[in-house]
Design a protein around this ligand. Sequence first.
Ligand SMILES: *Cc1c(COP(=O)(O)O)cnc(C)c1O
Length: 355
Amino acid sequence: MVHAPERPPEGAPRVRINLYSDTQTKPTPAMLDAMMRAEVGDEQHGDDPTVHALCDRMAALMGKEAAVFMPSGTMCNVASTLVHCRPGEEIIAHETAHILTSEGGAHAALGSVQILPLKGPRGMYTPDSLRGALRGKSRHTPTQRLVEVEQTANTGGGAVWAKSTLDEIAEIAHGAGLNTHMDGARLMNACVAAGIAPAEMAAGYDSVWLDFTKGLGAPLGAVLCGSRDFIDEAWRWKQRLGGAMRQAGICAAGCLYALDHNIDRLAEDHANAKTLARGLAQMEGVEVQDPDTNLVFFTIPGTGVAAADLVKRLRMEGVALSLLGGRLRACTHLDVTAPMIEDALTTIRGALAKG
Ligand SMILES: *Cc1c(COP(=O)(O)O)cnc(C)c1O
């Protein structure tokens, strides 16, 4: 089986500390209560008041004219590409960007676009490398249409792009006649870490979205923001892709709850990630990337234990981690407390000591 997700191994204990991903949070009773009480209507008919409330609030938060509710972040990225680009055109993005590595080739399969991958440490490229990637216009070259950034850069270790860099990149892109797109799956983590408002962070970007299932605790939903015309076209693709929903206000209410209750507390996740990174760095043979936000990437080259074996051993102890391209990733989120971090460190130390 290659395509369907694997089920948990037979006999594996319940996961008691889930560092696998900030997507695995469970809605709290208070969030569920808000969802149960949501006023709803037919979303694809324009009749769901809770979805409208969420979209209005998100457009204001991001400093854009309009917003559309989507079932997932991937659909926000794909719909954005389909609005921005025509077949044969090119997107410039970091080589580790989610659109390039983790969306099943959707941008090629559905948009017939190619992605020009830029290099750079921690999931980020420089304004100079963007300048260097701009092609002269000729019938030989693909037409470049879109410049993409990921804030925070996921496989870059949850790295936060400096606002000044984001502004410079947007200026270069717009100067060359290209549009700009911000994959803001974890934009709020960046905003909380940097103390910068989302509208400011996304000011130079024609489209930007936020995922409510990444550390914000909602079970479903992402919101894409942009100009009125852009969102109008994005709606066309939402319909085509099967993302137009019905009583989606039940989900939008979870997202509104997350905006009210789960943003400021992201600072706790960042503090827990720092504690975890510090503890890991003290273990012999472990190499850790210092986290900006809630993602801790590390390798264990000097421990004599293979990364995949450590994942299995920890899972049997009820601690879940992920393995991404040979690196281990531990992710903090609202279901992970400070005592759990201490417990996880003890468990990891024990699993490595077995050699
Ligand atoms: C998770 C993620 C996505 C996709 O979001 P889904 O809601 O899982 O579809 C896109 N970009 C980045 C950077 C992500 O981390």
